[in-house]
Ligand binder design. Sequence first.
Ligand code: FE2
Ligand code: FE2
Length: 191
Amino acid sequence: MNWAEIITDLENKLSSKRFRHTINVVAAAEQLASHFGVDLNQARLAALLHDCAKNMSDEKLLGYAKEHRIKVDRVSRYDPQLLHGPVGAVLVKERYGITDAAIQRAVCYHTTGCKKMSALEKIIYLADYIEKDRSFPGIDAIREAAEIDLDRALILALTNSICHVAQTGALLHKHTLEARNDLLIKTRNVR
Ligand SMILES: [Fe+2]
Ligand SMILES: [Fe+2]
């Protein structure tokens, strides 16, 4: 599918709130990509498609994962919405015909993060986190960091996400912890 066809498809599939969020993530990703020298087309497409599986129910996500041999770990089995990243990544290829593995990975890990994230993956995670309609305590510090240092901004976002998940009593995916540990070690930011 081309850009216009993907837009029409997403507009039909996603709620109007989710579609607006998607367009905001595209804008945030464009800004981050041009600032940090990441390929704009990859950033735009990954941002546009990042929530393409977000309309699916838990049952549908689990069924799709089984059908496409996506690994479903214990945490994702209890919280199947975590699968909208990995399922979205398969849709990117199979439904939207995007063969770029870097874009598929950015969609796959946009919710949990992962070890050794590429600049594109970092940008999509962050764009999703700080798009203009997002509002939560601590967002200003993350937005400010995102103008200067991508890794620092991502560490702040991951820390915020881990605290939020813990406070709400939800399950924490190990990929999120691994992403944060990896960045702290890489940037020697460990206390
Ligand atoms: Fe998402
Ligand atoms: Fe999103």
